[in-house]
Design a protein around this ligand. Structure first.
Ligand SMILES: Cc1cc2nc3c(=O)[nH]c(=O)nc-3n(C[C@H](O)[C@H](O)[C@H](O)COP(=O)(O)O)c2cc1C
Length: 351
């Protein structure tokens, strides 16, 4: 099995297992996509990626990581997103949307304005408990039951819009210290109601979101969940918790666990090295019997082949390497004697 082998998940067949990982572009106004998103995501389709994810796409305005994030909280957002999806489909790539809510990590300004701030974050931030992300951050408002229901509804409505925009796949962003991860981790969730306390209770917010989304999307549409498989902090969320959660998500109709890590507290210490997150994807795949996607410091064909050929994960996602080279799949194919899938406009360079 190679990273260039096809993969079918429910009704969707990917031409290869090379995935463009979600990446915030900080280029939107009021959540709208524009030429930047079309060219950025479209170039990766021209370059041959099997699956391309949008950046974290907010399900409600206060769930944006910054005011310049992409959103899918209005019906008017659908048209621009559809244009991007249709363009990418011309080149045989499938397109996924990453549905997200920033929770206590929402910020009221763009990243390049951050250094000038005394207090970081957002005045409107919400979270399971009123605990700030780090020193000098706004204290988020503790969500009441109505807030919980309205955010879950926002995920459901966003999923319906994603279907109308023609997306092939939906990924729920439950990682990197954003709202859903904040419910999962005991470091950020100190609730005493049914959404806090035991592991099952902390998982409830996400499990209910997945259940709601599965009900409003076609049976043929794959559903991914991105997890921070570990918090990298003593007493935080760990891999055993992720395995427990993945079993529940599988029962709810989730198809792929996208295995990342970290992001829950500002002062975490992560030892990152090539393929360092692959063991999470490997254990979850083997112990839960669910497909996994691996991401994190994967930059070479040899790493990707190791992951797929040894069944350590089913998909390989890359972020920064795809920023360096949108044509990475074509380049890898050409270098390793595989016939690259090249748009006819570019064929003379790849014969
Ligand atoms: C510019 C940039 C923006 C990112 N935005 C997101 C995002 O919107 N959602 C997400 O889940 N991860 C995001 N990430 C994390 C990546 O998806 C990926 O997990 C991480 O960069 C590790 O992969 P890499 O070593 O291939 O870059 C971002 C990373 C970068 C570099």
């Amino acid at each position: 099995m190679s990273v260039f082998s096809q993969l079918t998940i429910r009704g969707v067949t990917l031409k290869n297992r090379i995935v463009v990982s979600p990446m915030c572009m900080y280029s939107s106004e009021d959540g709208f996509s524009n030429e930047w998103h079309l060219v950025h995501l479209g170039s990766r389709a021209v370059g041959g990626a099997g699956l391309i994810f949008t950046e974290a796409t907010a399900v409600e305005p206060r769930g944006r990581i910054s005011p310049v994030d992409l959103g899918i909280y209005k019906d008017e957002h659908v048209e621009g997103l559809k244009r991007i999806v249709d363009f990418c489909h011309n080149f045989g790539s499938k397109v996924g949307v990453q549905l997200a809510h920033a929770g206590r990590k929402a910020e009221d300004y763009a990243p390049w304005e951050r250094d000038e701030r005394k207090v970081k974050g957002s005045k409107h931030a919400i979270a399971p408990s009123p605990i700030p992300y780090g020193k000098d951050w706004h204290v988020p408002k503790e969500m009441n039951e109505e807030d919980i229901q309205s955010v879950q509804k926002a995920f459901e409505e966003a999923a319906k819009r994603a279907v109308s925009a023609g997306f092939d796949i939906i990924e729920v962003h439950a990682a990197h210290g954003y709202l859903i991860h904040e419910f999962l981790s005991p470091l950020s969730n100190r609730r005493s109601d049914i959404y806090g306390g035991s592991l099952e209770n902390r998982e409830r917010f996400l499990v209910e979101i997945v259940r709601k989304i599965r009900k409003v999307i076609p049976d043929s549409m794959p559903l991914f969940v991105r997890l921070s498989c570990v918090d990298h902090v003593e007493g935080g969320w760990n891999l055993e918790d992720s395995i427990h959660l993945a079993k529940r998500l599988k029962d709810e109709g989730c198809d792929v666990i996208d295995c990342s890590s970290g992001g829950i507290v500002e002062d975490e210490k992560v030892q990152a090295y090539p393929s360092f997150q692959v063991p999470y994807a490997e254990r979850i795949k083997k112990e839960v019997g669910i497909m996994t996607m691996s991401v994190g410091l994967i930059t070479t064909y040899e790493q990707a082949e190791d992951i797929i050929d040894n069944s350590r994960a089913d998909l390989v996602a890359m972020a920064r390497e795809f920023l360096r080279d949108p044509y990475l799949p074509m380049r890898w194919a050409k270098a390793h004697g595989i016939k690259p899938q090249v748009p006819r406009q570019y064929i003379r360079a790849w014969l």
